[in-house]
Structure formats: C-alpha cells, structure tokens
Write a protein that binds this ligand. Structure first.
Ligand code: FES
Ligand SMILES: [Fe+2]
Length: 356
C-alpha cells in the first residue's frame, strides 16, 4: 500500500478504452430468449440465452452485409440466430451453420464470440484478446446476489466519457452540493479523506469517516434513525469497471465490536459498474444493497426512487461536462486539491492499464 499525497497536476485526459479486461454488459435479468444488444467499448454485441439458460455473446453484425442480428426480422430458432436480411444462421458459438442458396458454408463465416461470465447478478463480457480472459480477474460484488441483503438497481445512459464518472464517484465531496437534500450534508465536504493505492491488487481505496454528522433523508427515511449519526464511506475501486462504496450508518458513538460484528449499525453496499459504450458515452449501472428492512417494499421503493434521482443528478452534471470538454480549446488546465487524490490515483492506474 502506498499513501497518496494530493496531486497538483493531472495526467492528460484520454478517452481510449482499457482493453483485455472484463466489463459489465448487462444485468442477468435483462437477457432472455429475446435478442438483446449493447455496445461495450465501441463493440456492438448481441446477447441471448440458449435453451439451457446460458448467456451467449457474439458480434451484432452479420458477416454477410453487416445487418445487426439484434434487429428485426432477425430472430432465434432454437439455439441459432437467423439474420433478418438474407438468412445467414449462426450457432450459440457464433459459427455460421447455414447460408441461403448453397450447401457449402464458407469456413470464415463466423461471428466474433466473446467470453462471458454471469456473476453477482451481472453479465460480464471480456473485451480484448479472448485468450487472456481466463487469467484476468473479475472483481466481486457479492451483496447483489446473496441472502441477507435486499437490492434495488438500475442503469442510466450517460452521454459522457467513462473517466468523468470515475472522477465523480471517487470524490464524494460533491454529495454536499450536487445531492444536497438527498445524500449530501455539510459534513461530507468538510471531512478529509484518506486515499490508499494497492498497486499489486489494482485497487484504489478512499475513506471518509464522519464521527458526528447529520443524517441525510436517504438514510433517515430508510433506517428510521432520527438523530446525529456516525457515517462511514469506504470506497474500493477496481479499475476499469467496478466501484464499491461500503457505507456504514449508526447512531453517534456506536462502533463495531472488537470481533468485527456490527449489529447496531446499518450497512449499505453501493455498487457501480462503469462500462464505456463509446469514447463519449457510458453505461452507468448502479445498485444499492442493504442489510436492514429486508422485506420492506416501501423502503425498497424509496431507495430506488431516491437513488435514481441522485444518479440522474450526476448524469446531468457529467453530460454537461462532456459538452464543455467537446467545445473547449486544447490545453485547459484543471486545478486539483486534497479531495481529488482518489480520482487522480484512479486516473494514473487507468492510464497504466491503457498503455499495457
Ligand atoms: S446481412 Fe445477414 S444474411 Fe445478409
Ligand atoms: Fe453523485
């Protein structure tokens, strides 16, 4: 672990994708027996489930004349997909099994197939050299698919580059200003952070622990706590895709026991998957898992609605920034302060991964 000093200089902003990595392409529930398409790192990918329930992923461009296989009248017949333009037919591995007007199927008639793993409610897809997929780590978010936790989740399209969302999530001081009245209170911006980088594991940690803070509506309405709270925000970002915010809320002065048990606190695991769609747009997957009020639908509805509102506040701000960047002259210099150490560490790590 290395302790980070605040940086005062930014690495140049770059928009190229980090390849040879796993990205979240969808929630598992989004993919069934309908043809489903999503663009990840500039690649249009077709997803569907076989009769056995396995998710397949292959290029969404027919090898014949590029017709998108997700586009009607393309359709599934058993475990094959039939192109809606001239009928090229592909198996679950992307290999063409039939073409019109001749019995011989050209040997090169195959769609690019993508390695896929379904885990923690997400469908992960490997972007890059598929031979590297098996040895490349997929970070975990076990709370999304685990007894004892209740989850609300969604995905918002972001018309901004992924690096802007990384910046946003690594610096939560913006909660006080952009999300005042929802999750922001003055203490978030007032409380200093600590930033640590585990180079070997490839993880950036940012911690902000507020000993005595106002309870924002997001937590008072869901936990029932009314007084001042101890509020911990421990971020764990595994570039490029997975961001975790371990959030702990308890009455002031209530700390975990020495043995690590923590029965008097409320725990919320906020998970984001940051998946570039193009160089200037991003799939903003968000999920909120809680270990309290597990069967309370009212709490679920409230958290879903208010978290989506908060995410959309970020989306609006980041969409604006993307427009600002698109129209500014070259050479704009940002100014960074202590709150930016996490974001800067993440940028450095992403730049190194990109250069590999
Ligand atoms: S474009 Fe698909 S069969 Fe012609
Ligand atoms: Fe935010």
């Amino acid at each position: 672990m290395t302790r980070c000093d605040p940086g005062h200089k930014l690495a140049g902003m770059t928009t190229a994708f980090v390849r040879n990595q796993w990205y979240v392409a969808a929630y598992g529930r989004e993919i069934g027996r309908e043809l489903f398409t999503r663009t990840v790192c500039g690649e249009s990918i077709l997803f569907w489930r076989t009769g056995n329930g396995a998710v397949t992923a292959m290029s969404d461009r027919c090898v014949h004349r590029r017709f998108p296989l997700s586009e009607k009248p393309s359709h599934l017949v058993g475990d094959t997909v039939v192109c809606g333009y001239h009928g090229f037919t592909y198996g679950a591995d992307g290999v063409c099994v039939a073409v019109p007007g001749q019995t011989r199927v050209p040997r090169t008639a195959r769609l690019r197939a993508y390695p896929i793993v379904e885990q923690d409610s997400f469908v992960w897809v490997f972007i890059g050299d598929p031979t590297l997929a098996a040895t490349t780590r997929i970070p975990r978010a076990p709370w999304l698919d685990k007894p004892g936790w209740t989850v609300v989740a969604g995905m918002e399209p972001l018309a901004a580059r992924a690096s802007l969302l990384v910046d946003n999530l690594l610096d939560l001081s913006h909660e006080t200003y952009l999300h005042g009245g929802y999750i922001g209170t003055p203490e978030v911006a007032e409380t200093p952070i600590t930033t640590e980088v585990d180079e070997e594991a490839g993880i950036v940690y940012v911690s902000r622990r507020m000993a005595d803070a106002a309870c924002p509506p997001f937590y008072s309405n869901s936990t029932g706590l009314t007084g001042r709270i101890t509020r911990w925000q421990d971020i764990e970002y595994t570039p490029p895709c997975l961001y975790l915010l371990h959030s702990r809320i308890a009455p002031v002065g209530v700390l975990p026991n020495d043995d690590g048990s923590d029965p008097d606190a409320f725990h919320v695991e906020v998970v984001y998957a940051i998946t570039p769609e193009t160089e200037h747009s991003t799939h903003d997957f968000w999920a909120v898992a809680r270990d309290f009020a597990l069967d309370d639908q009212e709490v679920s509805d409230y958290l879903e609605k208010s978290n989506r509102t908060v995410v959309l506040q970020d989306v609006a701000a980041l969409d604006t920034l993307e427009q600002v960047i698109a129209t500014e002259p070259d050479g704009y210099q940002e100014l960074s302060i202590n709150i930016d150490t996490g974001g800067l560490a993440a940028r450095r790590m992403l730049a190194r991964m990109r250069a590999k």
